[in-house]
Design a protein around this ligand. Structure first.
Ligand SMILES: [Fe+2]
Length: 346
């Protein structure tokens, strides 16, 4: 069995494959690791057949929807998943066939209603139901400590004690543990009385994960993250460095239209000499009037270089085929000591 785990800030994802047939499945992929998954599968000579999320993640951005678009393979989740892009809804006792591998589905609600564990050969992928030395939290949407008690003590912990445990989270770089080890050492599992366990889970008082709103929004709807919007826009436009722009301005060729897409107050406080103001929010409304020549070379700038990337992508889409984005923004421009002008331009 081919097995590789990849971590992103404590979130664990797993590429598992059948060495004989070269079929593979990807469990809990995270959006920033897409190139690594694809490169890893290619290097190992594997073809991914299924994209699996063990549950609706509230703390990281799932890559399943992006990968299903690219690879044209199904996203599999438990049938309680609210995500509209799930192609394969699984139920307790179902099995996914990946070459010679058999992935057994255990519905283990508690961390979320749609949580499941996957048992494959000598290991079990426990999602956020069972972590090494901890359990998934139950205070996020659809969490239920009572259900988690049943999922742990009446399901997962009754599996073969020698099974390796691979959770969806691990912050201390431990690769895995075993069911036996968790039974013996996991502090939360020492509380075996249901009422006491539920009480303990209700009083953990954990802080909210970062990006919880955005993670739930995108993972539940299939919508895009802000970072995704920026990456996609950046892939469609060329950039120009601060130094290159400064050199061209100094040369005084007037070839470039510097377009400042921030709001008026930021622009008037300090902009690149000669820059024109056209706030991003008004771009489509004013573009015909302000930029009548679509063959002009336009360079868009903003404060940090992100909104200008989106603006440049929009300009290119509208036919300004020589639009480029400044690599960096006004903040970097000022810090580099390049000239800044305040007030309005004539
Ligand atoms: Fe989770």
């Amino acid at each position: 069995m081919f097995f590789e785990h990849l971590g992103a800030g404590g979130c664990q994802s797993y590429l598992i494959g059948c060495a004989e047939s070269c079929a593979a499945a990807l469990i809990d992929p995270e959006i920033s690791l897409i190139d690594r998954y694809l490169a890893l599968a290619a290097r190992a000579g594997l073809r991914i057949h299924y994209l699996i999320d063990t549950h609706t993640h509230a703390d990281h951005f799932s890559a399943t929807q992006e990968l299903t678009r690219r690879l044209d393979i199904p996203v599999a989740m438990h049938r309680m998943s609210p995500a509209p892009f799930v192609d394969l809804k699984l139920d307790d006792g179902d099995m996914l066939v990946v070459g010679k591998l058999r992935l057994q589905v255990l519905h283990t609600p508690g961390h979320t209603r749609d949580s499941m564990c996957l048992r494959v050969e000598d290991r079990v992928f426990t999602g956020d139901t069972l972590l090494i030395g901890a359990t998934g939290r139950t205070d996020l949407p659809s969490g239920d400590p009572d259900a988690l008690y049943d999922s742990l003590f009446n399901r997962v912990l009754r599996l073969d004690p020698t099974l390796k445990v691979h959770p969806a989270h691990e912050y201390k770089s431990r690769s895995h543990s075993t069911i036996a080890q968790e039974l013996a050492e996991n502090p939360r599992l020492q509380i075996r009385d249901r009422v006491a366990f539920v009480e303990m889970m209700r009083n953990l008082n954990l802080s909210m994960p970062t990006h919880v709103t955005e993670a739930l929004r995108t993972n539940m709807s299939g919508g895009k993250t802000v970072a995704q919007m920026l990456t996609e826009a950046a892939a469609t436009v060329p950039f120009m460095s601060l130094l290159e722009l400064q050199t061209r301005i100094e040369a005084g060729t007037n070839e470039l239209v510097v377009l400042d897409v921030r709001e008026r107050d930021a622009y008037e406080e300090g902009h690149i000499p000669g820059a024109r103001l056209l706030p991003r929010g008004q771009l489509e409304l004013r573009v015909n009037q302000d930029l009548p020549d679509p063959t002009r070379r336009i360079i868009a700038c903003c404060e940090f270089g992100r909104i200008s990337t989106l603006a440049t992508a929009t300009l290119r889409e509208m036919g300004y085929q020589r639009a480029v984005a400044l690599d960096g923004g006004m903040k970097a421009w000022r810090e580099a000591g390049y000239p800044v002008k305040s007030g309005r331009e004539p």
